[in-house]
Design a protein around this ligand. Sequence first.
Ligand code: FAD
Ligand code: SF4
Length: 328
Amino acid sequence: MHPFSYVRERSVDDAMRAHAGDPAAAYLAGGTELINWLKEGIALPSRLVDINRLPLAQIEVTPSGLRIGALARMSDVAAHPAVRAGYPALAEALERSASPQLRNMASMGGNLLQRTRCPYFRAESELPCNKRRPGSGCAARYGLNRSHAIFGWSEACVATHPSDAAVALCALEAQVRIAGRGGERAIPIGDFYRLPGDTPQRETVLEHGELIVAIDLPATARARRSWYHKVRERASYEFALVSAAVALELADARIQEARIALGGVAAVPWRLTAAERAIAGAPLERGPLMAVLATAFAEARPLAHNAFKIELAKRTLVQALEIAGAMR
Ligand SMILES: Cc1cc2nc3c(=O)[nH]c(=O)nc-3n(C[C@H](O)[C@H](O)[C@H](O)COP(=O)(O)OP(=O)(O)OC[C@H]3O[C@@H](n4cnc5c(N)ncnc54)[C@H](O)[C@@H]3O)c2cc1C
Ligand code: SF4
């Protein structure tokens, strides 16, 4: 295994200093991704900065909504009464993620920063992968790309982002709070991730040394009527083939306002803003919803093996809308 040093810090400032002082440092939270990367050679940090003693594990109701500390564990967030009542899409997304043991270890900050499950990226042998070895090519572009993107991909990379929670957070209009040298800033989660373009190795707007400290969720009527629907190859312990998160306001059994994000279809949680506008006023019935949503997928660009994702995503989305619509 690659050799590295280890420090455990107790304050945000100390952790950022320890990280910023070493260009090859990495923060260690639950370690459920990072330790795998070390074993697989995906990450080669010279220093691990353990952040588990930082005071960032709280889940707090605030005047404007909810603040989830970056070190809150996925299982604690999923079980929290304020999350279950006010943001059911997030509770559902978390409960459909990984396994109970992983959810007990894994933090929310680490969840947002997990990396693609593209098999070429994770392969033990050295295959062309611009994300892992910039400039080496993309084995998935003309290889096996059944699980890959249909939106927003580039010739350099066609991978999807694997986090379930990030998709729910996108429909819930969450903000990611980031601590850096200049203090704290808050970024809408839709602006936190980057499309691959020519630099697929850069996946978020985080700069070296910056630390996610919290996720803020606004309290809205939509958030209370929200849902996450995940479709995968097997019933549990599997990443999404396609998923949909929705948050709805209804009036007289019609959709008044909606927020929609898809997972498993792009390198970022894919917000369908045109569809949000198109379904305003639509009745909560499968036929009319399918018809309205037909044009929302016009910009999809399937690869050789994943055209099925267009229809699957549409149906997954309609199912999520129906479930959210039927909530009390
Ligand atoms: C077998 C398996 C199945 C899985 N299935 C799913 C699934 O179905 N759905 C799903 O969504 N996820 C799934 N996951 C991913 C899992 O959710 C992540 O591994 C986990 O959330 C990562 O959190 P962590 O705290 O362990 O992060 P770590 O491994 O500690 O860190 C991951 C990355 O985030 C960085 N980091 C961590 N915290 C911060 C912070 N606060 N600020 C800045 N950088 C930070 C680390 O430096 C590292 O780069 C699965 C994982 C495994 C191993
Ligand atoms: S899709 Fe992206 S992650 Fe997968 S092989 Fe291509 S460059 Fe690598």
